[in-house]
Design a binder for this molecule. Structure first.
Ligand code: NAP
Length: 321
């Protein structure tokens, strides 16, 4: 099969020919139709998990994918050949990922059923960013009347977070450049902060001198997050996607903080898929390319300026089937 692999940490991803994988006990082999790109995919090649977990090389890149069950391994009862599924496929310890014509996954606990009305490309764009937005917004306590800043609202996670928080009744402040402002207002943002114009913290403080209730922070590193946390009212909460929050230091200041990892459980994926089908959650694909262009798509993600999701089409002509 064709797959996009890394031969080692800090090497250039490349298209390669690998043997088709065989599903073991409790596993399914999925014929991938579309794979979703996330910043984490290139961070893995950079070694973000080096030392914390073993990596098997060559490593097939990518986490998110959508496709059709091709074959089931021994003992699988919950899924059958021909089932449409989507979810996260990354397993660095076994060198597995979604940027490939076929990918293995456990039959239970990882994949969700993909409704007919949801095209493969939109489904492939959902798992990591959608689950992150789902979990981070829930942890922020977003509710009627709460003021929530989504820092990094213009990207994949941010666009979903704006919609999920607005649906809970929160007053959402969204950071973006002017070109994407109208779209974020359409998604439910109540206020826009143009982060290209002046520092976000200064603009939010001026508009909300009494502070905000919560921040979902998708951009700050440890060096920037303290200034963002200063925007919180006493007892406020900041959720970091980048492990930037010093939870103890925040507690000492009467604030709450959490460094969260998205849990793309089948339940969360199912609820996200239903929201997309119902038109409650919009997913914008701002860059689509064939599998062989994955190295360029990763470079593009690394360079920034994402204004939606990047999706790799694995099988020409079948993505919207
Ligand atoms: N913990 C988890 O489970 C988890 C899950 C998903 C994602 N993440 C992490 O969360 C981050 C966001 O993910 P994503 O998929 O949404 O990435 P993305 O699609 O690349 O979006 C990032 C967005 O942030 C914007 N941005 C960058 N610097 C900014 C700044 N200073 N102020 C305001 N906006 C800024 C970018 O615009 P410009 O490039 O134009 O600046 C871009 O629109 C990544 O670091 C990712 O690795 C973590």
């Amino acid at each position: 099969m064709r797959a996009v692999i890394a031969d080692d940490f800090n090497t250039e991803p490349r298209l390669a020919e690998l043997p088709d994988p065989e599903p073991g006990p409790g596993e399914v082999l999925v014929r991938i139709e579309a794979a979703g790109v996330n910043p984490f995919d290139w961070k893995v090649v950079d070694g973000v998990m080096c030392g914390a977990v073993e990596h098997a090389f060559p490593l097939v890149l990518g986490s998110d994918g959508a496709g059709v069950v091709e074959r089931t391994g021994p003992g699988v009862t919950g899924l059958a050949e021909g089932d449409r599924v989507f979810g996260q496929f990354m397993d660095v310890e076994r060198g597995r990922g979604s940027y490939a014509e076929f990918a293995l996954a456990p039959a239970e606990g990882k994949l969700a059923s993909l409704p007919r009305q949801l095209p493969f490309d939109l489904a492939a764009a959902l798992p990591t960013a959608g689950a992150a937005a789902h979990d981070f917004v829930a942890a922020s306590g977003a509710a009627d009347g709460h003021v929530l800043l989504v820092n990094g609202a213009s990207g994949g996670v941010g666009q979903a977070a704006v919609q999920l928080a607005a649906a809970r009744g929160a007053h959402v402040i969204a950071t973006t450049d002017p070109a994407t402002a109208a779209y974020l207002l359409e998604l439910g943002a109540a206020e826009i902060v143009d982060f290209t114009e002046a520092p976000t913290v200064d603009q939010v403080r001026e508009a909300h001198p009494d502070g905000v209730d919560a921040v979902v922070d998708l951009v700050s590193g440890p060096a920037q997050i303290d200034a963002v946390a200063e925007l919180l009212r006493p007892g406020g909460v900041i959720i970091s996607s980048n492990t930037a929050a010093d939870v103890e230091a925040l507690a000492a200041r009467g604030l709450r903080g959490a460094n969260l990892y998205a849990d793309a459980s089948p339940e969360t994926l199912g609820s996200l898929a239903a929201s997309v089908v119902d038109g409650e959650l919009k997913v914008r694909i701002d860059f689509k390319a064939p599998l062989e262009k994955a190295p360029a798509a990763l470079d593009r993600s690394r360079a920034g300026s994402a204004r939606g999701k990047t999706v790799l089409t694995v099988r020409e002509g079948t993505v919207d089937a």
